[in-house]
Design a protein around this ligand. Sequence first.
Ligand code: NAD
Length: 355
Amino acid sequence: MIQAFAFNSNPGRVVFGQGTVASVGDEVRRANCSRAFVLSTGEQMAVAERVAQALGGMAAGHFGGAVMHTPVEVTERALAQARACNADCIVSIGGGSTTGLGKAIALRTDLPQIVVPTTYAGSEMTPILGETRDGIKTTQRSLKVLPETVIYDADLTLSLPAKLSVTSGINAIAHAVEALYARDGNPVVSLMAEESIAALARSLPLIVKNPADRNARSDALYGAWLAGTCLGLVGMALHHKLCHVLGGAFNLPHAERHTVVLPYALAFNAPAAPEAAARVAKALSVRDPATGLHDLAAGLGAPTSLRTIGMPADGIERACDLAVRDPYWNPRPFGRDDIRNLLQQAFAGEKPASR
Ligand code: NAD
């Protein structure tokens, strides 16, 4: 029997393909805009320049200073430039850090956003914004920050190094896994989640073999789009909470911490979410989904322990304190001992086991 559910969808237009960034001018016009403010990181200035050229006379300015964690000081600098050049829309080209900056500007100005994602993080599909002020990160949900248009161009992901592609791809898988057991989940989101995991699990090994494989790049970006959509539509649980805690307390890198923690979070939750676990196993074509995720990461050379990504051994107790501080929903109730157990396994990089 289909369980009762409510289904919301987020408004927005998605253009998907290869070479699609060439349509950025058409998309700006379609949004009834003509003065685009282009955002990127310092590392992606060259690709942002190409976008600005494609925009021709519609490129009003470019800010190449997007950084991790969306610090408000950076947003304020970018905002001042956007105002000074009288921008009427934002074109963000890059990963979650650049998308985050565009969202922070949209929150303050209501300017429409056209996002061109170049990683698999998925922020472009969500109404969620995390910002950092004085070192403290706060997250909010608002439709004001949801991008109006997303242009997925698989060719722009060809330059994403294989190592980053793997961790970014598993970061996307994490959204899909938690969507499968979300409290507010529904059959449509579950379809997208399962398809997302399958697309990423089959494409990431091909990308590691040959980062220039355009078919695999397209498949992975398709999986990332689906995963981002899931993240934007339903609530996440223990895995995302733990990653948030580990990021805030120890500044562990974003995609890597998702990659390490996911098999352990799933091993813990699987007994309480057997249908979700079975769908992850099916998407991965394995018997045990948590071990399957661990093996996927290990086989692709990704980090599999918190130790190797910089967590201090004496940090486990602090992480436990933070993880149990604000109670939040998870399919399987947990206590401090459960979290310690999970983090000890993840710290050592053992085969995940549900205890
Ligand atoms: P990122 O945006 O920080 O990018 C990492 C690095 O890779 C940067 O130096 C970037 O310039 C470079 N890069 C990006 N694409 C490239 C490409 N195609 N070729 C070469 N280099 C490339 O990393 P990310 O993992 O995409 O984003 C992480 C951030 O996004 C975190 O701050 C996270 O909190 C946020 N995030 C937010 C949401 C949300 O819904 N609000 C969702 C997911 C992630």
